[in-house]
Design a protein around this ligand. Structure first.
Ligand code: ADP
Ligand code: MG
Length: 239
């Protein structure tokens, strides 16, 4: 599903954190929001998810204006930085949980089928009976991803999904997340402060500084023609 942020603005206690931000993510595209800590990446993501209310502008999913819709009605899947799995539930219950709340509830057999399908896609079929505490960091992240995708959302939002993994797993999960995004054809936004991650995983990258997008484009274009010294310095040289 196509996503359009139109003059989006967000303030905390009257202080603008995001001022008049504009961008489009095309259907099936994966965009990175890349920038230093505190520049407003998570705020933007949470506003798209409906967790934060916008203070100005519009958020459109396809032709639909979702600016004033609550989170549950936005058809988005979110993976949070700390995964936020429910510790008392099994992996199967964690993944199926979004199907058991809200307006449209599925019966047990439907939930079990949907969980199995998504577990196969993400290669975690053998983990379904475990509790989150019995999983490695990489496995927990796969479960969080499965839970975000189980309702087959139109948009997948990933907030620093690799930040808590060691270097080897981070490399593995980079290509896994991209594989899953391409296989499902889902529109996705990856929030990260890691330039190599953004440039290697995404179709386009938006470089942010203090609540604004400085430049947005495909990785090759950003490396070839950075708009200013901040962008050039932040990106460094191509890997
Ligand atoms: P990033 O994800 O890029 O590190 P954030 O979007 O989390 O940045 O934060 C952007 C700015 O907004 C920061 O200055 C942060 O302190 C502020 N901020 C974020 N969330 C809140 C909140 N719930 N209340 C007040 N200020 C916030
Ligand atoms: Mg953040």
């Amino acid at each position: 599903m196509r996503l359009h942020l139109d003059n989006f603005t967000k303030r905390f206690d009257g202080n603008p954190v995001i001022e008049g931000m504009n961008f489009v993510v095309e259907d099936g595209e994966m965009l990175a929001l890349l920038g230093p800590s505190g520049c407003g990446k998570s705020t933007t993501l949470f506003a798209i998810a409906g967790i934060y209310r916008a203070d100005g502008g519009r958020i459109l999913f396809g032709d639909r204006d979702v600016t004033n819709l609550p989170s549950q009605r936005r058809n988005v899947g979110v993976v949070f930085q700390n995964y936020a799995l429910y510790p008392h539930m099994s992996v199967e219950e964690n993944i199926g949980f979004p199907l058991t709340v809200g307006r449209i509830r599925r019966d047990k057999a439907e939930v079990a089928r949907a969980v199995r399908e998504i577990a196969e896609l993400i290669h975690i079929e053998e983990l379904l009976a475990r509790k989150p505490a019995q999983l490695s960091g990489g496995q927990q992240q796969r479960v969080a991803l499965a839970r975000a995708l189980v309702r087959r959302p139109g948009i997948l939002l990933l907030d620093e999904p690799l930040a808590n993994l060691d270097a080897r797993l981070r490399l593995e999960m980079r290509s896994e997340i991209r594989r899953i995004q391409l296989e499902t054809g889902i529109t996705a936004i990856l929030v990260t402060h890691d330039q190599v991650e953004a440039m290697s995983m995404c179709d386009r990258v938006a470089i942010m500084e203090r609540g604004r997008i400085l430049q947005i484009g495909p990785p090759t274009e950003l490396y070839r023609a950075p708009v200013n010294r901040f962008v050039a310095g932040f990106l460094g040289n191509p890997p």
